[in-house]
Design a protein around this ligand. Sequence first.
Ligand code: SF4
Ligand code: SF4
Length: 354
Amino acid sequence: MQTYTIRKDEIPKLVEALKEEYEVFGPMPKRTSYVFAPVTDPTKMNLDYDSTIMSPKKYYLPSSQTLMEVSLKNATIEDTVKDILDQKPKILFGVHSCDINGINFLNRVFDGKYDDPYFQAYKEITTVIGLNCLEPCKYGFCRAVNKNFVLDGYDLFLTEISDTHYYVHVGSPRGDRILTIAHEFFKEAKEEDGAAFTAALHKKHENLPVALHIDNIHETLDLAWDDAIWDELGEKCMNCGSCALVCPTCYCFDVQDEVDLSISKAERVRKWDTCLFYDFALVAGNHNFREDPPARLKYRFYHKFRGAIHDQGEIACTGCGRCIDACPAGISIKDVLFRLQEYWAASPTPQGGL
Ligand code: SF4
Ligand code: SF4
């Protein structure tokens, strides 16, 4: 496979060139953190960012999205898939491996188990330029869940190989398209660039912490069904839902029909929802399948690390650490997993599971 290099100081010019054909989003500073946002000034995009407040999930599954517009006056119904496809193509610039894995997970949901034309339309118009993490971020534990690398889901992928250059892998024809329209910025990689890339991967291997591998977490959760930890955490959890909202793999939504006061038009809207909210499992007759906070928190863990393996073939966590940063109650998914795994791995008498 042909690989390339690009000078770091050429990135702003590359972004400017790409903006003629694409709407470019990337990690932009926001107060003390970063957000994926339109790159209005390419010199402000910071590829040395550690993490962003929200994941790039919002570009595939917006927090509030009109699915269908209904004109009651003209008796017409129009879905919004074409509106998405008519948008200017997007580039997500500088997406870390954890977040590319998050998009790949959503793909297993919305273009796998389910056939969601809205997600698929966003996928159709979006190009992903990935960025290797060579240093750990504050809360992440991607390596513990094997999400610190990507095999697919990117169009171009950058790895820092020196203070001045990135090494560039091409992952798709969409990546080739960028090389074609902005060829002046990319140089064919030489043998020494390949050696620098290998050295960068070694550095990454040394730098990213792996206190514990949680490959067999589903078995641990089988054993831990009645563990006291769920009540303990449930007491602390405020069911605010922040953990799910910032998460790159949480995909649950609610669908509401909103009728205009004039009663001449209506919209079907889907909005992010989460199993942490009281009314998520509330059904007719005022019955709630998960009435108590511990049951809701426990459900989130079991869906992510047990149910998702059945449904999507892998856990629904990329170890990005955002939920740890966002939780006002100080609940750390990493600490919970590590604690459970250490305890049950050491337990001489398993008490649950099949
Ligand atoms: S559960 Fe937490 S650490 Fe895992 S992907 Fe979601 S936000 Fe990131
Ligand atoms: S962010 Fe923390 S307090 Fe809020 S719902 Fe999630 S675990 Fe509970």
